[in-house]
Design a protein around this ligand. Structure first.
Ligand code: ATP
Ligand code: LTN
Length: 335
């Protein structure tokens, strides 16, 4: 294909994030920083997936505020609504409609194998049916927009595999309808680990205040948490995530902030202290401008809502015809 034609092929990117708590460093390094880059090379749509937050009970006022704050944080991180589409999932009703259809396309056994479901249901006192069928809603989010690429952290790979399977199954049963998407996972910091327990993923809804760096944390707290990160006792700086999870986590974080490979960075240190100090400084400098921009967006909630409503209009313009096609394929009324 000549270069003129190649430039006409548009790549579509879609991703989502749940308003389940304040955004943490793993969200930023594993997903959001890719979103910001992607919007300049692809037709990009980003979504605050509030319906996904409902898989566990939510206080309505807290959810409403968390949704607005998350959108403001995405703007502060660099999502530009003039080049990409930013909207709230529940503003576009087609997500729930397609979700039901994909629940009927997914097998019970497939959903039961999802590790996120197993992790989140194991110690829960109440396990909603929505927590179980959650990946079908995620697949609906993605498939409504003819998505080619889904920038996510490592923990979402399995959900993306299921999304691909559901798209292929639907296409083979009812005729070509959905683009089969693929996950794009960063080469570094795709799974940022908890600083206090580097064997588990940093997460915004887990209760680990010392192990979780929040993007809006006081910057002195950020430094303190990173300097106190759990490492091991042999004092050798080496990038080896399975044998040295704590040290490797710091190297991955520093790498994501500086652009240098973790193995190259490891060669520069002989002790943990300087590695921790440099990582803390790099994260602080990474977060500082985001925090400043967030403060500006946070002053204008009605401006934020206008951006989200305009984004929902743009999203609906794609979701409605796709849903019409799906209904027609299935023999549901379309008039
Ligand atoms: P929760 O604790 O409520 O499950 P979360 O912090 O895991 O939330 P999500 O909203 O589920 O965050 O995820 C948003 C994006 O951030 C996803 O692409 C996910 O893969 C990515 N992500 C989440 N945690 C990490 C992490 N520790 N390292 C890298 N990427 C992450
Ligand atoms: N399931 C994801 C959040 C999510 C998502 C999406 C990510 C919901 N819908 C669509 C990418 C594309 C999670 O738990 N992080």
């Amino acid at each position: 294909m000549g270069s003129g034609l190649a430039s006409l092929v548009v790549t579509r990117v879609f991703s989502g994030i749940k308003p389940t708590g304040p955004v943490q460093l793993g969200n930023l390094l594993g997903a959001l920083r890719t979103w910001v880059d992607d919007q300049h090379r692809a037709d990009s749509t980003f979504c605050v997936v509030d319906l996904h937050a409902l898989t566990v009970p939510q206080d309505p006022a807290v959810l409403r505020a968390a949704t607005t704050e998350l959108a403001q944080l995405l703007l502060a991180v660099g999502i530009d609504p003039t080049v990409s589409t930013l909207f709230v999932q529940s503003d576009v009703r087609e997500h729930t409609e397609l979700s039901w259809i994909l629940e009927c396309t997914a097998a019970f056994g497939e959903l039961r194998r999802m590790t996120q479901f197993k992790d989140k249901s194991t110690d829960a006192t109440f396990v909603s049916a929505g927590l179980f069928t959650y990946p079908a809603l995620m697949a609906a989010d993605i498939l409504l927009y003819d998505t080619d690429e889904v920038p996510v952290g490592d923990d979402q790979r399995q959900h993306l595999e299921l999304t691909r399977d559901l798209a292929e199954r639907f296409n083979s049963r009812y005729g070509p309808t959905f683009v089969v998407p693929k996950a794009t996972v960063p080469t570094v910091a795709a799974r940022v680990m908890d600083l206090a327990d580097p064997t588990r993923k940093m997460s915004k809804s887990e209760d680990s205040p010392q192990g979780t760096v929040l993007v809006l944390d006081d910057l002195d707290d950020v430094t303190r948490k990173i300097r106190r990160a759990v490492t091991d006792t042999d004092n050798e700086v080496r990038f080896d995530p399975s044998a040295k999870p704590g040290v490797s986590n710091l190297l991955a974080i520093l790498s994501a902030c500086t652009g240098d490979a973790p193995e190259t960075l490891a060669d520069r240190y002989t002790q943990y202290g300087p590695l921790k100090a440099d990582t803390a400084d790099a994260v602080v400098e990474y977060l500082r401008p985001i925090q400043q921009r967030y403060a500006e967006f946070a002053e204008d909630p009605s401006g934020t809502r206008s951006i989200l409503l305009a984004g929902a209009d743009k999203a609906r313009a794609l979701a409605e015809p796709k849903m019409h096609q799906v209904r027609s394929r299935l023999g549901l009324p379309t008039d």
